[in-house]
Design a protein. Structure first.
Length: 394
């Protein structure tokens, strides 16, 4: 139980620190006087770095058979490089240094979740009951940081980030590490994942659904400001969304096994469709706060089921690599394209056009989830899974 609480504390403060980046970086860049297209480029730097760094750090944790030490290295690297980034005011210098900063910080959330998932499985504990503390940290930090930044100024954003990250590092040094797999990971086996059609099509489906999610992550704060809200309301919006997400995670022991993971992914995709339609029609910050309840339902269902389902598609010794590939697509590829496209749409049109485009893309993601489900259950692995389930029922 003590080891579990150390994991919970680690996730709480990792995601608390990440909140500062997700919720307030666009507002910070706007404070520096950058244009919407420049903000879009900078918001794409983090996902671009994650595309390269996520699979690398995931594979190294599998090869070295330690998630904890790799995670600790990333957290310390993010603390040091972050100090330099937030001293810069010129666009080109920010863009360059921000890349190195996210080489360390982008994998932190995925590595923390991978460690929690492995330890929870090995100790017979619900992964959702541990992961919910990351959501609680994200929501609490977003709420309190919003009020604090109103008082001390958005220019002091790094000091809040560094304080939270230092506590995360403290908990990480005391958290348990995962038990090593029976077989050691090799680069040859990792490269074979690129030839796995079940994994490749799954990641493509994830991209269609997650693209809209990442666009909203990048521009929700600016949308609230556009509607007349303040930094504190940005924090409130994130708090509402992430607390409902934590509830979904916390209740996962009751709902997760009722249906197949692919069923929950389709349900989540449908909720995303409804969410973007409602946000497109929002007329005030209060409307956004109300709609944020759907964040927890959509992301909670989608992330938890997809994160655990991908373990079925990769060998045990490459589980962290699989997790970080998923994170790379969810937060990396989707983030790069979403940030660049979102920034251009805002410059050329407006926020309502942006959410209309997200609505149509979410419909495509919903269709992709149905297509993948049919493809999966027609595969040898899907057929074997169905036979096993039928045998258990008998």
């Amino acid at each position: 139980m003590q080891a579990t609480w150390k994991l919970k504390g680690m996730l709480f403060f990792i995601h608390s620190a990440m909140t500062i980046l997700v919720s307030y970086l666009p507002v910070y860049f706007q404070h520096l006087g950058l244009a919407g297209s420049q903000i879009g480029i900078l918001l794409a730097v983090g996902p671009l770095a994650s595309i390269m760094s996520q699979p690398f750090w995931g594979f190294m944790s599998d090869k070295w058979q330690t998630v904890k030490r790799v995670l600790l290295s990333c957290l310390i690297g993010g603390l040091i490089t972050g100090f330099v980034v937030f001293q810069m005011t010129a666009f080109l210098w920010i863009m360059l240094l921000l890349f190195f900063f996210f080489v360390f910080m982008a994998p932190a959330g995925g590595l923390g979740d991978s460690l929690a998932q492995k330890v929870s499985y090995q100790r017979g504990v619900s992964f959702g009951s541990i992961r919910m503390w990351g959501s609680l940290g994200f929501g609490t930090s977003s709420l309190l940081a919003g009020f604090l930044l109103v008082r001390i100024g958005i220019e002091n954003i790094y000091f809040i980030f560094a304080f939270l990250l230092l506590i995360a590092i403290f908990f990480c040094t005391r958290a348990p590490d995962s038990e090593p797999a029976k077989k050691k990971a090799s680069l040859k086996e990792a490269l074979k994942l690129g030839k796995n059609p079940l994994l490749g099509f799954f990641l493509l489906m994830i991209f269609f659904i997650s693209l809209t999610h990442r666009v909203n992550d990048s521009f929700l704060g600016l949308y609230i400001v556009e509607l007349g809200g303040s930094e504190s309301l940005i924090g409130t919006a994130w708090f509402i969304g992430v607390i409902t997400e934590a509830v979904v995670f916390g209740m996962s022991a009751f709902w997760l096994r009722r249906f197949h993971p692919l069923t929950f992914i389709s349900i989540a995709a449908f909720v995303y469709v409804v969410r973007w339609l409602l946000l497109m029609m929002a007329n005030s910050p209060a409307d956004v706060l109300f709609i944020q309840v759907l964040h927890g339902l959509a992301f909670g269902l989608f992330y938890l089921t997809a994160f655990q389902f991908i373990a079925r598609l990769v060998p045990e010794e490459l589980e962290s690599t699989g997790h970080l590939l998923f994170i790379s697509v969810f937060f990396g590829v989707s983030g790069v394209i979403g940030s660049l496209a979102g920034g251009m749409i805002i410059d050329l049109f407006d926020f309502r056009t942006l959410y209309l485009a997200m609505f149509y893309f979410a419909i495509a993601g919903l269709g992709a989830s149905f297509i993948y489900r049919r493809f999966y259950f027609r595969s040898d692995q899907g057929k074997a899974e169905q036979k096993t389930a039928a045998g258990l029922e008998q």
